[in-house]
Design a protein around this ligand. Structure first.
Ligand code: IPE
Ligand code: IPE
Ligand code: MG
Length: 248
């Protein structure tokens, strides 16, 4: 095990790291069920994976890490589970904030967090404010995030600007549209990781992943390790990204 980690570490080309990694952290519930535990315990175990991955990415020099923590569709889950996820988030930010800050990490939230419980909102605002001047890795937490909702928000914003004649229709470009999304200012993801094997996107970053490399593993999120992350990065480095053109 340890040997394999060393081997992959040595294989990775540090000059060709993905600038932006996005992760759909899935499989917490299945991880727990397999162990005859309540789903909430799976979410708690998943929190450790998150801690590990954030620190490794920051230390490697990844510019942006985006994780899918709660989708606009996850409100369909039982109230207890939703409440638990929210309190886990507060706990995570509370416990990790200083370490994140000391590592020069800047926390941003993708999604409308104003509909979350007040305690959550407060914790989020503290975390975002404290780290706002940090110049290291941007750590995006997608929370109450849905890509379609994000796109509709941008369209409404554009509509208002058109109606007030602040812009005209010809000035609408891909760049302008991108700048109206929650991810404004960040490059599009180079690599999207999904754990727990589902071959779908689940309303995550639909606009932003037009040319992202996808990497899906059967590993459940609580079992995701440094070795898995490095394997994903190494596999990414072997891909031939043509962007519609031809390879050299
Ligand atoms: C991912 O794990 C965490 C969230 C979606 C919040 P799941 O809770 O979706 O776990 P599975 O897919 O049921 O195994
Ligand atoms: C995607 O996982 C959302 C998060 C990881 C937060 P889901 O478990 O909600 O996705 P589906 O329902 O399997 O598509
Ligand atoms: Mg799931």
């Amino acid at each position: 095990m340890g040997n394999n980690l060393k081997r992959i570490e040595n294989l990775i080309d540090n000059d060709k790291l993905p600038r932006h990694i996005a992760i759909i952290m899935d499989g917490n519930g299945r991880w727990a069920r397999k162990r005859l535990m309540p789903r909430t315990m799976g979410h708690r175990a998943g929190m450790s994976s998150l801690k590990t991955v954030v620190m490794i990415c920051a230390q490697m020099g990844i510019s942006v890490l985006t994780v899918y923590a709660f989708s606009t569709e996850n409100w369909r889950r039982p109230r207890d589970e939703v409440d638990y996820l929210m309190s886990l988030l507060v706990e995570y930010l509370h416990k990790e904030l200083n370490e994140l800050d000391q590592n020069n990490i800047r926390i941003k939230i993708l999604g409308d967090y104003t509909s979350l419980p007040p305690k959550c909102q407060q914790e989020i605002e503290d975390a975002v404010l404290l780290t706002t001047h940090n110049s290291g890795m941007v750590f995006n937490i997608a929370l109450n995030y849905g890509s379609r909702n994000e796109i509709i928000g941008a369209i409404k914003n554009l509509g208002e600007k058109l109606l007030s004649r602040e812009i005209n229709i010809d000035s609408i470009t891909e760049e302008m549209f991108s700048s109206m999304l929650y991810t404004a200012g960040s490059p599009d993801p180079d690599l999207l990781i999904r754990t727990a094997g589902e071959m779908r996107i689940s309303n995550f970053l639909l606009w932003q992943i037009a040319y992202t490399e996808l990497w899906i593993t059967d590993r459940m999120w609580p079992d995701f390790t440094k070795e898995d992350l490095l394997q994903a990065i190494w596999d990414y480095q072997q891909r031939d990204r043509r962007f519609g053109g031809l390879n050299k």
